[in-house]
Design a protein around this ligand. Structure first.
Ligand code: ATP
Ligand code: MG
Ligand code: FE
Length: 348
């Protein structure tokens, strides 16, 4: 099926077009520059930017794909989770398209789309697979037996109990004086640093913690440890070795993510690990996962960095899977749901 997907959950206006598992277009307009001086995404600014970018981004996607809107078989849209006002722009636009074209609409979960997108690069998702979902607002380990969410197909084994991994990257970048969003900057600066220079804490990996939180994450203690370390340096009048701090912090995050993801896969007897979400773009996370998984005979799938961060293609990919599996389209009055749980993949 030819599916057009719309993504507006945060600051990226994404419109993707796929034919089955083939990516035809992935147009993204970001308002990130408008938020940078505030050090975080400003919801009202994001909503307005989506309104302005929507029509031109749809046009650009159609031009790139060489299709016209009337060729499209179905519309998919992120209906949650995310910023309420931002989601509404996408949902309203998708409804308008579906209604005027007389085509079905699929309201899908942004987090499941971060997983489904890998099909565009590496073919059908192995099911079951273990998905490590690491993004700006979420960090979870999911057992995926059906990415459309059918019959409990997306089952959370664990999640962060405080900050998301991407949030930790952004906060630590900020205290190191790096621009927003900080993940890519930490990734870049860390290449010049020593990852064993500073021994930062690995959250929820102690024996007692593992009893209750084996597959959960915690990054707020790490963020505080980095802040304390930097403050102590500044007080002593010595320069802060930014590259070493970045590399050591990044190592602490990636070490825990990979350790717990592989532990979960092994304990479930699952041989395929998928990593998705913006933090999956991190070069150290990708390398460490490959290295350790190979030792256990576990295969790793990570989309290319451009498909890890928010985009419309991921929404189209999940929409195409809904069509292929004969799932019932969403009602035309589907709502936006800012706090949609990861288990609810398709709006019913
Ligand atoms: P969610 O998907 O939870 O709703 P989101 O959509 O805002 O959150 P994504 O776009 O999926 O988030 O991911 C953005 C996050 O990914 C940011 O926190 C950003 O710093 C982080 N990120 C992007 N690239 C990298 C990288 N190379 N290394 C580490 N983090 C990165
Ligand atoms: Mg973004
Ligand atoms: Fe996201």
């Amino acid at each position: 099926p030819l599916v057009l997907g719309i993504e507006t959950s945060c600051d990226e206006t994404g419109v993707g077009i796929v034919r089955g598992h083939t990516l035809l277009a992935d147009a993204v307009a970001s308002s990130v520059e408008e938020h940078a001086r505030f050090g975080g995404v400003v919801p009202e600014v994001a909503s307005r930017a989506h309104l302005e970018a929507m029509v031109p981004t749809i046009q650009r996607a159609c031009d790139t794909a060489g299709v016209s809107l009337t060729d499209v078989d179905a519309i998919a849209v992120t209906h949650g989770p995310g910023l309420a006002g931002a989601l509404l722009v996408g949902v309203a636009s998708a409804k308008a398209l579906a209604l005027s074209l007389g085509k079905p609409i699929y309201g899908v979960n942004h987090l499941a789309a971060h997983v489904a997108v890998d099909q565009l690069e590496h073919g059908p998702l192995p099911e079951p697979c273990l998905a490590l979902l690491v993004s700006g607002g979420h960090s979870s380990l999911l057992k995926v037996t059906d990415i459309t969410g059918y019959d409990g197909g997306v089952d959370p084994l664990g999640a962060t109990i405080d900050d998301a991994a991407g949030e930790a990257f952004d906060k630590v970048a900020r205290l190191l004086g790096l621009p927003f969003p900080g993940g890519p900057h930490i990734d870049r600066v860390a290449r010049e640093g020593d990852q064993v220079a500073i021994d930062f804490p690995r959250g929820l990996t102690g024996r007692r913690d593992l009893e209750r939180h084996r597959f959960d994450f915690s990054f707020s203690g790490l963020k505080t440890a980095v802040a304390r370390w930097v403050e102590a340096r500044e007080r002593s009048g010595e320069p802060v070795p930014v590259a070493d701090v970045a590399a050591s912090f990044q190592e602490a995050v990636c070490d825990v993510l990979v350790r717990k993801a592989l532990d979960a896969a092994s304990s479930e007897g699952i041989e395929d690990l998928m990593i998705g979400g913006g933090v999956a773009a991190n070069s150290r996370l990708r390398a460490l996962a490959e290295e350790r998984a190979a030792q256990l005979g576990i295969r790793v799938r990570v989309p290319r960095p451009g498909l890890c961060t928010d985009n419309g293609a991921m929404v189209a990919a999940l929409g195409a899977t809904m069509v292929e599996r004969g799932r019932t389209p969403s009602p035309l009055d589907l709502p936006a749901d800012s706090s949609l749980p990861v288990t609810e993949v398709l709006a019913g």
